[in-house]
Design a protein around this ligand. Structure first.
Ligand SMILES: Nc1nc2c(ncn2[C@@H]2O[C@H](COP(=O)(O)OP(=O)(O)OP(=O)(O)O)[C@@H](O)[C@H]2O)c(=O)[nH]1
Ligand SMILES: [Mg+2]
Length: 240
């Protein structure tokens, strides 16, 4: 049995799904893939089902309602752990993350890292085709979160990761409540706090060319208020 499960969350990714699945299959043929689709109105779920019928390494989790990236990953992680995979991968379906980086990232996890982050903001990392405002939001969001949370991680918001499944079990996944991309910040920070060994691997992030972004101001605001609240909570001494 494969030791790695690649969790691929999808919402309206009909133009991207087959391409990304093919690229993953080529880069890491030994890994299994779990597509987590939230009843995409564009038919992504049906396409996922068709792909899974032709490939025993692909399974699909069809969820009835769209409840954000955080919910999709929580469900995917639970399945990874139930099915006994040692490593779980987070990757966007829109082609922004190159599966070609996965062999190196998985090797870092196998060499001892509990969390390997595909990072845009370490030397060698890069972002292509992002408007300046998007770059500014990502860069300043990371600087702010690092400072407020006291984290050493350079790319807290990256959605391209390899995680040791046993590390996830011990962080009480259900208590990670963020919905949008803030989920990525919360997960990385909680793992770091729990003593996980974190490695950042430089990646070239390429903005999607097909389909539409699900990014909106509410997602940025969720991250801003949550990170601020966690930072404040951290500063208040706890009564024993
Ligand atoms: N299952 C599920 N997947 C989602 C949901 N929201 C986003 N996704 C997926 O999560 C991944 C990241 O979403 P994107 O829209 O690309 O967001 P982003 O990468 O931050 O934004 P862009 O750079 O503008 O594309 C994609 O594979 C989406 O299809 C959701 O509510 N449920
Ligand atoms: Mg994207």
């Amino acid at each position: 049995m494969a030791d790695t499960l690649i969790v691929l969350p999808t919402y309206n990714e009909i133009d991207n799904l087959e391409i990304i699945v093919g690229r993953i299959r080529q880069a890491v043929p030994q890994a299994d893939i779990l597509i987590v689709d939230d009843s995409s109105p564009d038919g992504t779920g049906e396409l996922a089902k068709t792909l899974s019928l032709g490939d025993p390494g692909i399974t699909v989790l069809h969820r009835l309602t769209k409840d954000g990236l955080g919910g999709a990953y929580r469900a995917g992680f639970a399945l990874a752990s139930e099915r006994g995979y040692s490593y779980v991968v987070e990757i966007d379906a829109d082609g922004s993350h190159d599966p070609g980086s996965l062999p190196e990232m998985i090797a870092l996890a196998k060499a001892g890292a509990d969390l390997v982050i595909g990072s845009r903001w370490v030397p060698g990392g890069e972002v292509r085709n992002w408007p300046w405002l998007r770059q500014l939001i990502s860069r300043s969001g990371n600087v702010y979160s690092r400072a407020v949370l006291g984290s050493k991680i350079r790319d807290l918001t990256s959605g391209f990761r390899v995680i040791r499944t046993s590390t996830l079990n011990s962080t009480r996944l259900a208590s990670i409540s963020s919905q949008g991309y803030c989920f990525q910040v919360e997960l990385a920070w909680r793992l770091e706090q729990a003593g996980a060994i974190v490695a950042e691997h430089p990646i070239v992030f390429v903005e999607r060319t097909l389909g539409r972004s699900k990014m909106h101001s509410g997602i940025v605001l969720e991250a801003l208020w949550r990170v601020t609240l966690w930072g404040i909570a951290q500063k208040i001494p706890r009564r024993e």
